[in-house]
Design a protein around this ligand. Structure first.
Ligand code: FPP
Length: 235
């Protein structure tokens, strides 16, 4: 039997927390809390399977349109989750990075993020990225501004711009592009997630709601990835 190919980087759009809670006649925030537990589990399972990078879409630049009480509940959850993440990163040697525009997050959340990234930067276990206030178009816009500034101050010439220069200005610089993108809950769209980085990724969609996405579901996604023939534009 052929050996199982393990994707180096898996990007996840976790979706369906609200529907999961509704099915149980529980408030949406209960679904988010269960979703956070599923994130913790998927980190452990991914690392055990040999996945080196995992990026989860926790909060998009568009999610601010949700009702205020839901946003408050999600932010409270992030606060607790990020503190818990400090413990987990120490225990599991996990490196944590946050992608997205953190400038408009609350001061205390920014402080925990900075501490998490600084403390875990030399860890050798799973590279875990959380997309918080993330939108791919926003990320690309910020990158273009940084490149324009370099041209303005004379440290870069426009002829020198290439794909590497652009990649290096994205929040994901130093992180390899995802090989596999998973979206739960039956939706089949990208929702402004890693548009540049997912150029050659395989897409896996499942009807499973995020809080139910367990080890078995991750294994199914990896099995699907193994059936794909990745040609990167070749024959
Ligand atoms: C997805 O389900 C939920 C979100 C994108 C909101 C925030 C995510 C969490 C709290 C999960 C935990 C993540 C971390 C990193 C702690 P939805 O509300 O869009 O579900 P629905 O489509 O069923 O309404």
């Amino acid at each position: 039997m052929d050996e199982l190919k393990i994707p180096q980087h898996v990007a996840v759009i976790l979706d369906g927390n609200g529907r999961w809670a509704k099915k149980r006649r529980m408030p949406r925030k209960y679904g988010h809390a269960q979703g956070a537990k599923a994130v913790e589990q998927v980190c452990e399972n991914a690392w055990r399977m040999g996945i080196k990078y995992l990026t989860v879409y926790a909060f998009s630049t568009e999610n601010w349109k949700r009702p205020e009480d839901e946003i408050d509940a999600i932010m409270k959850l992030f606060r607790d989750y990020l503190k818990n993440c400090l413990e987990i990163s120490r225990k599991n040697d996990m490196r944590v990075r946050i992608i997205g525009d953190r400038s408009c997050l609350n001061e205390d959340i920014i402080k925990v993020i900075t501490q998490l990234e600084e403390e875990s930067k030399n860890n050798q276990g799973l590279n875990f990225q959380v997309a918080l206030n993330y939108g791919s178009r926003d990320e690309i816009t910020r990158a273009v501004k940084k490149i324009a500034q370099k041209i303005e101050n004379g440290t870069l010439r426009s002829e020198e711009i290439n794909e590497t220069i652009i990649s290096d200005e994205l929040d994901t610089c130093d992180i390899p592009d995802p090989d596999l993108m998973i979206r739960t809950s039956g939706e089949q769209r990208l929702s402004n997630y890693m548009l540049w980085q997912l150029a050659y990724a395989e897409f896996y969609f499942t009807d499973v709601l995020w809080p139910d996405f367990d080890k078995k579901e991750l294994e199914k996604a990896v099995a699907f990835y193994n059936k794909r023939d990745r040609r990167f534009g070749g024959v």
